[in-house]
Every structure is written in C-alpha cells, then in structure tokens.
Design a protein. Structure first.
Length: 292
C-alpha cells in the first residue's frame, strides 16, 4: 500500500511539474498589475497581502528571469528609430498633461501625478489582461484530462493545481480594479467608476482574445503596434472573434462581480475586527463639586 501510494505521488508530481512552466510565467504576468496598483492607487494596510504579493512575484520571477531578460533584449532590438519617435511624442503628451495639472486650481480634488506615474499607469493597463487570461488556460486542463489520467489523479492533483493557479490570477485582477476604483473615488470621480469597470472589462476581453488566439503579448504595443492595430481592426469585423470577445466579456464581468463582493466583504470584516481590537484611550471622568 505504501509503495503504491509513493508511485501515485510520483506520477502526480510529474504531471504537475509538466504544467509548472506556463503556470509560473502566467502567474508572474498576472501579479505584475497588482504590484503596480500598490504603487499607483493604494498601498494596502495588510502586511500579509503586501508581502504575499511580492513573495509570489519574486518566486515566479526567479524561474523565469532568463525569459524576462530575453524579452527585454528583444524589446530593445525591436524598438527602432520610428518607435523612439512615437515614445518621444507620448512623453511630450504626458509632460503637457503634467504641466496642465500643475496649473489647475488648488481646490481641485484631483491629484497631480508625475510622468513616471503615468508611465506606470500605461504599464498597468497593458499588463492587466494577463491576470484574467489565466482562465483560458483551462484548455491545458482539458488536454491533461484527455491524456487518460485516473479520476483520482485528476481530482486530487490536477484540479486543485489549476484552481489555485486561476484563483490567484483572477483575484489579482479583482484587487487591481478595486484599488483603481477606490483611487477614482478619492479623486472625485465616483460617477465614472461603473463606466471605467465596463470599459476595462471590454479592453481585457479584447486583450485576452489577442493573447490566446493571435498570440500577442503586452509588449507588442511597443514592438509591433502596426500589426497589433491591423489585427484588432480585422477581428472587430469578424463574426467569430466578436462572439468570442462578447462571451469573454460576460464571463469576466460576472466573475468579477462575484469575486468583488466576496473580497469587499472580507475587507470590511477585517477592518471591523481590527477596529474592535484597537486600543482605546481611557476617558477621564469629569471633576465633581467635592473635588473642586
């Protein structure tokens, strides 16, 4: 019995190791926008959350460091003089926006941000679709099931591995948007938060389609913007791509709403627990006439 159990665990470990490469890379890309949201929109008070996110980011970066460096070298090689001109134009636009914000009235509820902040925001939007993109990796689970593994192997090894992987990725998307919406509310843009969520869901659905079916990456915005734009325009007039994007949009919207309600409920519960356990300063009793 013990030998059979060891054989079973060895086979299960080998199967999970086969999924290790794409899961680590996709988890790293999914957590990047959440880490950026800590800097751009909100620094969570929970140290467990902060350390947990950066621990996941570091743990997934180390096995993929060579891939990240190769991607960086690839970007530098692909960015020609034409792209540098476009980057310069974008920089000038952002600088003009920064100057305009600095000249606004001091009573404005918006907060002026630096050029570095805006560049971080662009990176946040570009990498955000990578978080819910992990849901499409269910196709790998389907392939693993078709490989003929036993029911126990699928139930006790593969399904938990995929569930943890997908929950971490999609929860990164939910938390990133929660912090973005909170930032917008603090800036006096509460009435635009609903529209912002819908627009981001729509852009994310387009990004997931381009990533899963057209095999584009977030950095193709810099390296192949012309090919990316042509692909988007061609897909927008195709019946099947549009249907896939609509279904993806609906799935993301529904799951986001469910995860958001659960996350906000947990946040509210934790804040109530912390406030209940926070020390309260003793109240001095007022002096009586006999003490005067």
């Amino acid at each position: 019995m013990t030998a059979q159990l060891m054989d079973w665990m060895t086979v299960a470990w080998g199967i999970m190791q086969g999924n290790h490469r794409f899961m680590v890379w996709n988890t790293f890309l999914a957590v990047v926008p959440l880490a950026l949201s800590f800097w751009l929109f909100h620094k969570p008070r929970s140290q467990w959350l902060r350390w947990g996110v950066f621990l996941i980011l570091g743990a997934t970066f180390l096995p993929t460091a060579h891939r990240v460096f190769r991607t960086g070298i690839f970007l530098l090689q692909r960015i020609s003089a034409d792209y540098l001109i476009w980057i310069l134009i974008l920089t000038l636009i952002l600088m003009s926006s920064e100057i305009w914000q600095l000249r606004r009235s001091q009573n404005s509820s918006t907060v002026s941000r630096s050029l570095l902040w805006w560049l971080g925001f662009v990176a946040f939007i570009a990498f955000l679709p990578n978080a819910p993109y992990v849901l499409t990796d269910v196709i790998h689970l389907i392939n693993d099931i078709r490989a003929g593994h036993s029911v126990w192997m699928i139930t006790l090894a593969l399904i938990p591995q995929y569930l943890i992987f997908m929950i971490v990725g999609f929860q990164s998307y939910v938390l990133s948007l929660i912090y973005l919406i909170g930032y917008m509310e603090r800036c006096g843009l509460r009435r635009w938060t609903g529209l912002a969520e819908v627009v981001i869901h729509g852009l994310t659905a387009v990004g997931i389609y381009l990533g899963r079916f057209q095999r584009f990456n977030s950095w193709d915005i810099l390296t192949d913007p012309d090919i990316l734009v042509r692909s988007v325009m061609n897909d927008l007039i195709g019946r099947r791509p549009v249907l896939v994007m609509i279904v993806t949009f609906v799935v993301i919207t529904v799951l986001y709403w469910l995860f958001k309600q659960l996350t906000l409920a947990l946040m509210h519960r934790n804040s109530r627990v912390k406030s209940a356990w926070s020390p309260v300063a003793p109240v001095e009793s007022p002096a009586t006439d006999s003490e005067a």
